[in-house]
Design a protein around this ligand. Structure first.
Ligand code: AMP
Ligand code: ZN
Length: 111
């Protein structure tokens, strides 16, 4: 997707503060952090949003979910963390490439 910000980050066309990368996913620091630790996990595959997932993505999504606590642990979030997926304009999604927010670092306020 040539006009997708996160695809451009994956391609290295836009810089990002990358904390983890493999063949399936990229994890980088949110440019406007809303917590002491605020990472974004994205699949390298361009998927617009949670609404566009189908069963062909089962393995990828399971892989991402299992990686979240590993990353949280590496970030020192032993007390817990929060994950958020904003979906669609009504859900506050601004970048239309599926991403999971990983937040923590201090006790977060109740949601
Ligand atoms: P959402 O509202 O769920 O679509 O979240 C998009 C997130 O991407 C926001 O938290 C932004 O701060 C973040 N963001 C936007 N541009 C960049 C960028 N160039 N590098 C890192 N994070 C970004
Ligand atoms: Zn994309």
């Amino acid at each position: 997707m040539s006009d997708c910000l996160f695809c451009k980050i994956i391609a290295g066309e836009i810089p990002a503060n990358v904390v983890y990368e493999d063949d399936k996913i990229l994890v980088f620091k949110d440019i406007y952090p809303k917590a002491a630790v605020h990472l974004l996990m994205i699949p390298k595959l361009h998927i617009e949003s949670l609404e566009k997932l189908d069963e062909s993505h089962n393995d990828l999504i399971a892989y991402m979910m299992l990686k979240l606590p590993v990353l949280a642990d590496e970030q020192g979030l032993s007390g817990g963390f929060r994950t958020i997926i904003n979906t669609g304009k009504g859900g506050g999604q601004e970048v239309f490439h599926l991403h999971i927010h990983l937040l923590g670092g201090k006790n977060l306020p109740g949601f």
